[in-house]
Design a protein around this ligand. Structure first.
Ligand code: CO
Length: 132
């Protein structure tokens, strides 16, 4: 059901500084940048093999990520699992009784279809299903 790690998302205060860190430390550049208005975040994707490091920063105080970072600061925020069919996996997860953040798949960055699963029933990890 899960085919690959799509991305590991890292919450950062300063996106440009984080990009600089990755450039200086690992010699890599973002391959994609996008403002995701529904989530109130700016992202930069750095490709690692077939997966990404997703650097995320809130651009508005009302972003859920801004609230999360007030409490938890910077660091790993969620993990994205690549799936062939987001809707099918989401329905399976719900049928198994696990909590979800998104009741239905929605559009993510890069035109992907995504749904978040609640950390409460996922060992404290916020999980994002990503269908390309
Ligand atoms: Co993500």
């Amino acid at each position: 059901m899960v085919t690959e790690i799509d991305h590991v998302a890292i919450a950062v205060h300063d996106l440009e500084a984080a990009i600089d860190y990755y450039r200086t430390t690992f010699g890599v550049e973002p391959v994609h940048r996008e403002r995701i208005e529904k989530d109130g975040v700016d992202e930069a994707l750095i490709k690692v093999a077939d997966s990404y490091i997703q650097l995320l920063t809130p651009y508005t105080d009302t972003s859920p990520l801004a609230k999360y970072m007030e409490k938890n600061g910077e660091g790993i925020h969620h993990i994205g699992y690549r799936v062939a069919d987001c809707d099918e996996v989401l329905e399976h997860v719900k049928a198994e009784g696990a909590r979800v953040v998104d009741e239905h798949p929605r559009t993510g960055s890069r035109g992907t279809t995504v749904a978040f699963l609640h950390p409460k029933t996922a060992q404290g990890t916020l999980i994002e299903l990503v269908e390309e």
